[in-house]
Design a protein around this ligand. Structure first.
Ligand SMILES: [Zn+2]
Length: 402
């Protein structure tokens, strides 16, 4: 058989389902051809390959490329000054009244040039890439007007073409009510549904549509309008739900066959069956929980018992999670939410792929995209155990060594 790359003397965390932790193959061999995984299995079972590139894995580990399935990493400015004020004891209401909070990011993003937005997003993407992230989801939602929302999504699409990384884009119009619609949320939802969303769909700028269902966000009724309009446009939905209170948002998104429901600290265990029934992934965002010093934990045990797919993401954003480290998010998911290291790694590989509706990534199996990482570690648990100690030694994306 022909292969462009052959990796041997390596253990493989395939993340395939079954009862082996991490879907492990000890002393494995993996062959890549035409951007795909051509063969993976125990070395002793491997056919003979003709190849020009043989890599000795030196007894390390291969994992799938990591997938960050929830980020807001395109934005103007930052909120360090606000963070500083909060740490100095200034109440949030006062900071917000003085122009802080999400509106300050909306203004900074509207005022930023395309070049400025591209450059700062690239810097944050580079941090993720160094850790082995090969697929990233990026949301809009800091423009809120037609022009800036389209600009954010066009930049996200452009980054995916320029860089060796797969980018999935999500339109998040229902993120906040912009200043020009102050106290008129229903009018803003009408604008999202009838002006922005159709333009996004026409230009094929989004792979999904997101919303923020919360008392400080949008009501079930308003979100339902977004969901209906997204589905009319043929776009799958996902939602920021049950982060600060139980609004019934997760059930609503799942019932619309939503790809994922994200945050979930206040999800009642009784709603988990609905998520399971619709194959909706529970995306955990422990960095936001950490930054906001939340106390209410998502119902991890009940999700685990229901065998619900759980994913872990950075939520990289300037307000509640200025975090461009998916490995750190895995550690936080273990320490704060009680995930096992295997659950954390499934959460940033196969389950994260499911949260994005991607079929052939996040697992090392023949026919899957050859997005993979070689680590010099003794066990995959090390990736969740340590903070800032590990970087992949080698990275392949679609069979290309990067
Ligand atoms: Zn978010």
């Amino acid at each position: 058989m022909q292969a462009e790359w052959l990796i041997h003397n390596v253990n493989i965390a395939t993340m395939q389902p079954g009862n082996k932790p991490y879907g492990t193959i000890v002393d494995g061999l993996l062959a890549m051809a035409n951007g795909k995984i051509a063969w993976v299995g125990p070395r002793s079972d491997a056919p003979t390959f003709e190849t020009t590139n043989t890599i000795d894995g030196n007894g390390g580990w291969l994992t799938p490329g990591l997938i960050d399935c929830h980020t807001h990493l395109i934005y103007g400015g930052n909120r360090a000054a606000e963070f500083e004020q909060r740490q100095q004891g200034i109440p949030y209401a006062e900071i917000s009244a003085n122009g802080g909070g999400i509106n300050s990011t909306v203004i900074a993003t509207r005022n930023a040039s395309i070049g400025e937005l591209m450059e700062s997003a690239q810097q944050r993407l580079a941090c993720l890439q160094q850790e082995g992230v090969t697929t990233v989801e990026i949301k809009s939602g800091y423009g809120l007007d037609l022009e800036t929302e389209l600009r954010m999504l066009r930049i996200a699409r452009a980054l995916g073409k320029q860089l060796p990384i797969t980018i999935k884009t999500t339109y998040l119009g229902a993120h906040a009510v912009p200043p020009e619609f102050k106290d008129r949320p229903d009018d803003y939802i009408h604008f999202v549904c009838n002006e922005v969303l159709p333009a996004v769909a026409t230009e094929n700028l989004a792979d999904a549509v997101d919303l923020f269902c919360e008392e400080i966000g949008f009501t079930i009724e308003q979100c339902t309008k977004i969901i209906d309009r997204a589905r009319q446009s043929g776009l799958p939905v996902k939602g920021h739900v049950e982060q600060l209170s139980d609004m019934g948002g997760a059930k609503m998104v799942a019932a619309a066959n939503g790809l994922s429901v994200d945050h979930l600290e206040y999800l009642p265990a009784s709603d988990i069956a609905t998520l399971k029934q619709h194959n909706t992934v529970a995306v955990l965002l422990p960095a936001a929980f950490y930054y906001l010093r939340e106390k209410q934990l998502p119902p991890i045990d009940a999700m685990r018992k229901a065998q619900l797919s759980m994913a872990v993401a950075t939520d990289c954003n300037p307000g509640s999670a200025p975090v461009a480290s998916l490995l750190s998010a895995m550690n936080l998911a273990c320490v704060l939410f009680g995930l096992t290291p295997e659950e954390a790694l499934r959460g940033t590989t196969i389950n994260a792929a499911q949260a994005l509706g991607i079929k052939k990534k996040g697992m090392l199996a023949s026919g899957f995209d050859a997005d993979l990482l070689l680590w010099q570690i003794d066990s995959p648990a090390e990736l969740s155990y340590a903070i800032n100690m590990h970087r992949p030694k080698q990275i392949w994306i679609a069979g290309q060594h990067v």
